[in-house]
Design a protein around this ligand. Sequence first.
Ligand code: NAD
Length: 249
Amino acid sequence: MNLNQKRILITGGSRGIGKAIVERFAEEGAHVLFTYKSNMASALDIVDVLSAKGYHVHTVKADVSVEEDCKALLKHVQDTLGGLDVLVNNAGITRDTLMLRMTINQYDDVMNTNLRGVWMLTQVMLKPLLKSEKGKIINISSVSGILGNAGQTNYSAAKAGVIGFTKALARELGGRDINVNAIAPGFIKTEMTDQLPEEILNQAIQQIPLKRIGDVKDIANAALFLASNQSDYITGQTLVVDGGMVMPS
Ligand code: NAD
């Protein structure tokens, strides 16, 4: 699954799943540019640690919900990577609450980052991706977008939207030899799930055949497969990585 010299952009790479993908891809020889939204110290630390190991890693500040930031990223991609082979749309947020209490701002925030941001950045990055010998787009969705989750009407709608987007774009880009796939993580231990009450997590673990919450490395390994040439004949799919919790028919 060597990613030797592949030029890769990953959004939201300063922590959690994004950070694990940055690390895994760098280890496999990729040239990685990752974005951070606010945590510059953490982003620079990741660059320092990985650069000291001889890996090629760069970072830049960008908010995927802001059109100017997405457009500015194109120049960063050209300047630091000289082109693009793989785009990983990982950045995402939650604003959970029951429908009756949810504000339109909570809805908009989640949609703007998790769906509109994915759409907007992908559109900008199509230009360099179309010039790649073998382009890959990997969108991080969620099992919430497949099952639906109480308290997450905004998030589930956005993540289901990402799956629909993935399928439509896979059909558009198949003829250009670009693969477009999604990953639907289940419960993965990150700062996002650290916000959940312990009893909810314990209940979730009971529903997971593998009887454990996932590790960020579980998602990074799936992303590595989808970024590598081992997945060249797979497109429009959603790879569920959740310990068996959801088993789509
Ligand atoms: P996290 O909160 O630890 O990290 C999210 C990252 O996205 C952070 O680096 C954050 O700065 C960045 N980000 C947020 N809004 C942004 C914006 N507008 N522009 C740019 N960057 C932004 O979360 P995580 O658990 O690592 O989640 C990563 C992805 O995986 C998300 O899309 C999330 O929805 C998805 N996911 C996570 C889980 C889980 O259990 N942790 C499950 C299913 C899906």
